[in-house]
Design a protein around this ligand. Structure first.
Ligand code: CS2
Ligand code: MG
Length: 402
């Protein structure tokens, strides 16, 4: 089998997605998610201008060899654009391998290690009551785990609080939205949110929270301590993780479990966090870590150090990435939890898929490969629209992590 063609399809069924389609001389095609929120065209160009020429004529079954050639052969290694492009190729090749062998990817990863892939949903609201109402909605849908995000008193907008019930999209068409931030107001609000959650939702539901890179280590330590009585499953991205050893300070002060990794694109971004057991869940996701090939390496390293997986699964990655995460989550031994923000019906129409949600779990299904397709006519009906993630500033105007 040989690769005879490949292309990137950029579309916007409610939000922008970039999808790599790889076509073989046997008429099969594999799909890879090349979406990088706010920078989709950069990945599309990296693939179209620099990677696809290298793929033509190659044997798609040689996944590991092609991965290392694209990674080391570029000389310039790592970074979200490069690794999203390599990730898209890797996912497309795993998809092709499953189709060639007429078997689902989870079967190529060792087969099912559990009944299904337990997921968590995103409950959010402008205040505590609204956030808890949204959480009840997820419990009614059968979710066992819910991430709680809430507006911060005094701030007109904040991360994680969407417009509407099920769907949340942070990127906006046109120039970046400007958001403001107060760490003090936030640190007062979060313990109130989780005290009310345990009081009103009880102790069966697994609760999570995403700090979204906004605290210093000592502020994160203070927040972790203030939440210990509420038994969170994880506190996510408590501190920007470029300084991996910064988590030593957080770890010294709190037993609240920590999750990090959705912005990582190489195993070197997290090897200290894992080998020093500074975190409990690693959040790297197939599309951005360079594909299933490196994701397996990270998971196997993490297993040695009692770190579980918690793949990022936002709606600003396509159903192709979500399907790959579900196949991986079904098979990997040290699975923790899978994020499952629901794509909109218009997105699902562009990406028909085999995975299903039932009993609080994703089920990847047994279609060959990843079990997702791309309806190119439907995609063409939703052309790309430039969109940016917000910019966040402290009350005094200083730029802060969004
Ligand atoms: C968030 C993401 O789902 C999460 O945990 O951190 O939704 C993140 O804000 C977006 O992926 C950014 O594009
Ligand atoms: Mg997050």
């Amino acid at each position: 089998m040989k690769i005879v063609d490949a292309k990137v399809v950029v579309c916007s069924p409610g939000r922008n997605f970039a999808t790599l389609k790889v076509i073989t001389d046997e008429g099969a095609h594999g799909l890879g998610d090349a979406t990088l929120n706010g920078r989709e065209l950069a990945v599309a160009s990296y693939l179209t201008d620099h990677v696809i020429p290298l793929l033509l004529g190659r044997d798609p079954s040689r996944i590991e060899d092609l991965w290392h050639e694209l990674h080391k052969g570029a000389y310039w290694r790592g970074g979200p654009v490069t690794m999203s492009a390599i990730g898209a190729v890797d996912l497309a090749l795993w998809d092709l391998k499953g189709k060639a062998l007429d078997t689902p990817v989870h079967n190529l990863l060792g087969g099912a290690a559990r009944r299904g892939v337990t997921v968590y949903g995103h409950a959010n609201g402008t205040d505590v009551d609204a956030a808890l109402d949204a959480a009840r909605g997820y419990l009614d849908l059968g979710y066992e785990a819910v991430r709680l995000q809430c507006g911060v008193p005094g701030l007109d907008r904040t991360y994680g609080v969407g417009r509407g019930d099920l769907y949340y999209e942070p990127a906006q068409e046109g120039m970046p939205l400007q958001e403001t931030w107060s760490t003090d107001a936030y640190l007062r609000m979060v313990p109130e949110l989780f005290a009310a959650a345990r009081d009103q939702l009880g102790w069966e539901v697994r609760l999570l929270h995403d700090v979204h890179h906004r605290l210093t280590p000592i502020e994160a330590a203070r927040l972790g301590k203030s939440l210990e009585d509420y038994g969170l499953t994880w506190l996510e991205d408590a501190v920007p993780a470029e300084l991996q050893e910064g988590f030593r300070l957080v770890r010294q002060h709190t037993t609240t479990p920590l999750a990090v990794g959705e912005v990582f694109n190489r195993i070197t971004d997290c090897h200290t966090l894992i080998t020093e057991q500074l975190i409990d869940y690693i959040r790297v996701t197939p599309a951005h870590i360079g594909g299933l090939t490196p994701l397996l390496r990270v998971a196997h390293l993490a297993e040695l150090y009692h770190v579980r997986t918690g793949c990022h699964g936002p709606t600003d990655l396509s159903p192709v990435n979500l399907a790959a995460s579900a196949h991986f989550g079904l098979a990997v031994h040290n699975f923790g939890l899978q994020e499952y923000m629901r794509h909109t019906p218009e997105t699902d129409a562009v990406f028909p898929h085999a995975y299903t949600f039932a009993d609080g779990m994703l089920h990847p299904g047994d279609a060959p490969g990843l079990g997702v397709d791309l309806d190119e006519d439907a995609a063409a009906a939703h052309p790309y629209r430039p969109a940016y993630l917000p910019v966040n500033r402290k009350l005094d105007g200083t730029v802060h992590s969004w």
